[in-house]
Design a protein around this ligand. Structure first.
Ligand SMILES: [Zn+2]
Ligand SMILES: [Zn+2]
Length: 383
């Protein structure tokens, strides 16, 4: 298999400077990174190829050797043509290069052993619509990893301290000479921490962290809606090796209400209106979300489906304080049941009233039916 020229792989001139090399590598590594190309074997090969080219060209000694001898420069190092020598996993090198160029924690970059930010936590909180109306002070219990007290998070038993790793002399990285090259990789004894624990703490078993339930009081703002998240900065899991704490996100779910439906700041409810009230006009009483009552004036001759608005009786706005939505009451006319004989008589008498003035909807409907039937007649005659 013939290897491609490293300059060609990176698409740079032979006299490219460090900045040009880095920029070219950055672009290509991003393009072929396995995280971007899951399951794409060809991209993986290309990612390795650019990694190898950059690893050689960014190192002055290796580059000089390559410029002089080409790929042959690396063929006698016992690495089967790899500039990294035998027994070294090139993936480690590519991952480290990637971290150096993109920064730890950045895209795909994983730096082992360094400070790591703690995980974010999610807490699901269910509240009622009335609680969402007033806002709420809620106490929540969050299980989380906190630094172990007896060992102050060091992981070492009382009276002892973690000792400097003698394999890497506390650096977390070890160097190995391979032919021309000096390779650096994560120390296998301390996993990059630079320290080893000889006597682990009994409380945490050497982890330096224990799981604990913490009480937190949270202010749920008035007007909060389902799906909203409240971020409590720094209330997540502890970081390791001095890394920052994660955040805690409270995911709010407002449970459905029996009477009110919500659409943003506005509330909707359906209220029955007795037939006589709808005909004569009057008043009905409905509940409001704050636990109070409101009187709704029903105009004379009101029909089912009519919406009446009560200003300012909706939900408070979580974004702009002082603003409140409206409550819309959709009325439906209720037909009376279980009438007495006298009531029925009165209704029968009432039925004598007919005509467009009294029942405008029925009159309009009858008109449409008549037109529909005569249309059918016309069609039959035409056939
Ligand atoms: Zn070590
Ligand atoms: Zn401990």
């Amino acid at each position: 298999m013939s290897k491609r020229d490293y300059y060609e792989v990176l698409g740079v001139a032979r006299d490219a400077d460090d900045k040009q090399l880095k920029s070219a590598y950055r672009k290509l590594a991003m393009k072929y990174h396995p995280d971007q190309n899951a399951g794409n074997g060809e991209a993986e090969e290309q990612f390795k190829e650019v990694g190898e080219a950059y690893a050689v060209l960014c190192d002055a000694d290796k580059r000089a050797a390559y410029d002089r001898y080409g790929h042959a420069a690396f063929e006698n190092g016992g690495g089967g043509g790899s500039p990294f020598g035998a027994g070294v996993n090139p993936e480690d090198i590519f991952q480290d290069l990637f971290s150096q160029v993109f920064g730890a924690g950045g895209f795909g970059g994983r730096r082992r052993g360094g400070p790591q930010r703690g995980s974010d936590l999610r807490y699901d909180l269910e509240i009622t619509l009335a609680e969402a109306y007033f806002g709420k002070d809620e106490t929540i219990h969050v299980p989380q990893a906190v630094p172990c007290e007896p060992c102050s998070g060091s992981g070492a038993a009382q009276g002892s301290t973690p000792e400097k790793c003698d394999m890497c002399d506390g650096h977390g990285r070890v160097r190995a000479q391979q032919g021309f090259f000096t390779m650096e990789r994560t120390c296998p004894r301390c996993s990059g921490k630079g320290k080893v624990i000889r006597k682990p703490c009994k409380e945490c078993g050497g982890a330096g962290q224990v799981r604990e339930e913490r009480k937190l009081s949270v202010k749920i703002p008035a007007g909060v809606e389902s799906g909203m998240r409240i971020r409590l900065s720094g209330e997540g899991e502890s970081g390791t090796a001095g890394g920052a704490k994660g955040d805690l996100y409270i995911f709010v779910d407002v449970v459905e209400h029996d009477i009110f439906e919500r659409d943003g700041p506005n509330l909707y409810c359906r209220a029955p209106v007795p037939m006589a009230t709808a005909a004569l006009g009057g008043e009905i009483e409905i509940p409001t979300i704050d636990g109070g009552r409101a009187k709704v004036a029903i105009p004379e001759g009101a029909q089912t489906g009519r919406k009446l608005r009560l200003r300012g009786k909706g939900m408070p706005s979580v974004r702009s304080s002082g603003q409140t939505g409206d409550l819309y009451v959709e009325m439906f006319v209720e037909t009376p049941q279980n009438l007495s004989a006298r009531q029925k008589d009165i209704l029968r008498e009432f039925c004598d009233c007919s005509g467009a003035d009294c029942h405008p909807e029925s009159e309009g409907f009858l008109g449409r039916i008549k037109r529909f039937w005569s249309g059918h007649e016309d069609e039959k005659r035409a056939n």
